[in-house]
Design a protein around this ligand. Structure first.
Ligand SMILES: Nc1ncnc2c1ncn2[C@@H]1O[C@H](COP(=O)(O)OP(=O)(O)OP(=O)(O)O)[C@@H](O)[C@H]1O
Length: 274
């Protein structure tokens, strides 16, 4: 389990991203440590995918810096996978498209995510949840020390969502990797996280899940939906996680003193300070 002394696998320091004269990210700092699940939540268009891309060097940053630990191996499951639906493609083939792995390695990864029985099936016949599990397995064959999952529960129903988050927790426990998770949907996501960052161009609030729940900014952004979502969290989360002390505004409400217009992200905010 991670502790506050674990070194950061990846660390962003005051990064900002501008594109087309627009600020997409404003002064964001965050760290992901070994054995830790960090979740980025926020409204549509809040900059979650942009932040992931900036961390992965897929998006140019205008200010700030990103530091990665030496030998960092990242397994990335993007939000969208552009696959031509007319292209015949089995799960096995998908698993070897970009990396050559032996049969047993592929089978082990698919076993771990519970979809080994789909090995020879066409990916076009998979359910949303099965597809996400295949993509997770595909990221796992690289034996990453950092898993980056952009909306891993998309297309998955409530029960499947819960199972997927449990699986993600198990992967974290088994591999002791760091996990950076993105979601705009709040169902269950908080429960699985050590640390939550609420992003709406800038960081509105961040900290341990129970602390974010108390944040006025969180309540304003997610309203009743957010409060309802936290119920399962409060009831289940007294035991197994080892929440981190974090260098990111642990449990603090946004204390900048600015008014936030959450429907229309703007950039007058200083963002998070370390
Ligand atoms: N390359 C770009 N140039 C200009 N604007 C961009 C670019 N990439 C993203 N944007 C804009 O930045 C904003 C944030 O997009 P992003 O995809 O990061 O949001 P998100 O939080 O992941 O949203 P969602 O929850 O809908 O997936 C959006 O308004 C988007 O249109």
């Amino acid at each position: 389990m991670a502790d506050s002394l674990s070194p950061s696998l990846i660390h962003a320091e005051n990064i900002s991203v501008q594109a087309d004269g627009k600020t997409l990210l404003d002064n964001i700092s965050l760290s992901v440590r070994q054995g830790e699940i960090v979740t980025i939540i926020g409204p549509n268009g809040g900059g979650k995918t942009t932040l992931i891309k900036a961390l992965l060097d897929l998006q140019k940053i205008s200010e700030g810096s990103v530091t990665r630990t030496q030998n960092l191996k990242i397994g990335y499951v993007p939000q969208k996978l552009a696959i031509d639906r007319t292209l015949p493609l089995t799960v096995k083939r998908l698993m070897t498209l970009t990396e050559k792995n032996d049969h047993q390695t592929i089978l082990d990864a698919l076993n771990e995510t519970g979809v080994a029985h789909k090995l020879n099936d066409s990916i076009h016949t998979l359910s949303g949840g099965e597809m996400q599990r295949v993509l997770l397995a595909r990221a796992l064959v690289r034996k990453p020390n950092l898993l980056v999952l952009d909306e891993p529960v998309q297309g998955v129903d409530y029960v499947g969502e819960l199972a997927l988050y449990r699986l993600i927790e198990n992967i974290r426990d088994r591999h002791q990797c760091g996990i950076l998770l993105v979601s705009h949907d709040l169902h269950m996501v908080m429960r699985a996280s050590n640390h939550v960052i609420c992003l709406n161009t800038h960081i509105c609030c961040a900290g341990k899940p129970a602390q974010v729940e108390q944040s006025e900014d969180y309540k304003m952004l997610f309203g009743q939906k957010g409060l309802q979502t936290m119920v399962p969290y409060s009831h289940h989360h007294s035991h197994s996680h080892d929440p981190l002390d974090s260098d990111i505004l642990d449990g603090e409400d946004c204390s900048c003193g600015h008014d936030h217009d959450h429907d229309h992200p703007h950039q007058t905010h200083e963002g998070e300070s370390k």
